[in-house]
Design a protein around this ligand. Sequence first.
Ligand code: ZN
Length: 592
Amino acid sequence: MANTYSEVWDLDVFFEGGSNSAEFAAHMTAAAEEIAGFKKEVEKWQPSEHQDESARLTSLVEMFDGAARKVRQAGAFVSCLQAQNTQDKKANQLRATVTELSASLQNALTAFDQKLAGFSPEVWEELVKSGLLNELSFVLTERRERAAEKLSGEEESAINALSVDGYHGWGQLYDLLVSNTKIKYKDGDLSVGQAANKLSDTDRSVRKGIFTEWENAWGEKEDFFSKNLNHLAGFRLNVYKLRGWDDVLKEPLDINRMQKETLNAMWEVISDHKVPFVQFLNRKAKLLGLEKLSWYDLDAPIGSTESKLSYQEGADFIVDNFAQFGKEMADFAKMAFENNWIEAEDRPGKAPGGFHTFFPESSQSRIFMTYSGTPSNVSTLAHELGHGFHTYAMRDLHLLNRNYAMNVAETASTFAEMIVSDASLKNSTSKEEKISLLEDKIQRSVALLMNIHARFLFETRFYEERKQGVVNAERLNELMKDAQTEAYGGALEEYHPLFWASKLHFYITGVPFYNFPYTFGYLFSLGIYAMAQEEGRGYEEKYIALLKDSASMPVEELAQKHLNVDLTKKDFWEKAVRMCVEDVEEFLALTE
Ligand SMILES: [Zn+2]
């Protein structure tokens, strides 16, 4: 084959020299200057109700845009440095500096938002009637409304400043603890990421052995992790209390621009449909020759089809299948592979997991993961490329109109995953292959309707208990086991009580409740996918239109406008879950 894609990404194109880059140091200085400039202008601004402030406001928005691009560019670069080599100490120092920059930009922005909140509704409406301000009116009005619900500018600034060494400091400590966590395996130690890949090994004794060491490794440090988690949550809860917010879901729902009715309708429908997935897990157990599955069997491949794809094969497979849906998406993926936007090499010292990040000043994406050739690796790769395509679809919009929320972000990524998995299902020739591909697809439903559900149940309950005081490791284990038992419909023999320690999502300080948006995105994209299948190739244009709108309206409105559905009602979710159940029914029939 003529193509040979590099498995190592190119970061030098942004700043040459990695964490010692002089170019990057200069960038950081420039970012600090731009933030200071924006801050000064905001402080000087005394908005008047009696004169036209639109020119002034437009110029402030542009200043913010410039500073924010610089900070995000820096943040993306440091994320990449840290992920590619967890031993890069300089990168960790840079992270701290970027966090300080973000905090000071956040501070200036808080002051800016307070000024927006000062306008009377009538004057405000006039102000955002035309020009750039009109283009940004949803986002700016949202900022104004959020500011009105918060504390005074000074108080919020103090909170932001304290977050650097408090809240965010705890988040960083978690990353450090994880990078120092090794999982024993045969004669050597594995990084957390390498060990996680072994949980899908064909040999049960390998999985079981790894899982035992896995639980041991987290268990040894459980007191550190529980202290970490408790302080993170405590910080968050205290801030909410000061603002007079008593619902811990208020902030995540606001961030995701969705209503609680929507969230409730979604989980209710999921809880109503556990049975088929429990049947699937029971059938899987049977196929593996087991009474019941354990946590470490969930990702076990069934059958002997050890279908590994080389990186090149995986890449070609993704591009070919994206092309079945639309040209833009295929071209985008090809460009990402050709231009070394992806870090996929399987080597020690890398961070676990996968992510997509965007460099706004260069209009380029980077994707991080560890590729070892499994079908789930191919899915992850497609998933992250889906994120990339989302940012790419929005490339001509103003930066402020590109801040889509998590729930919508996961729409594009799961949509991309679905294209790939469905296409391979269609191409499959043998019954055995079909079963294994269907299983891969259902596994995703299990992950989003069971695993993520467990995370949500755990997190809401943990936060309730945390309001009363510190929750110790023993209790955290208990809460997690209960949540998993409920979410998996009691289908497993052994659960993963220390999941609260091993799953980094509970420690992400940028976003609270990093769980339900995944499930939302999955089911939401199933709805879009169903329409795409009905309409064929011409749908890509509509899909891109939806993506473009995805950061400038609430999700209920987005769904109404582009899909003509009401997300607060159960019908939409019933239909989406139904699609997942159909896969299970087909699987059960094929494996009878
Ligand atoms: Zn994602």
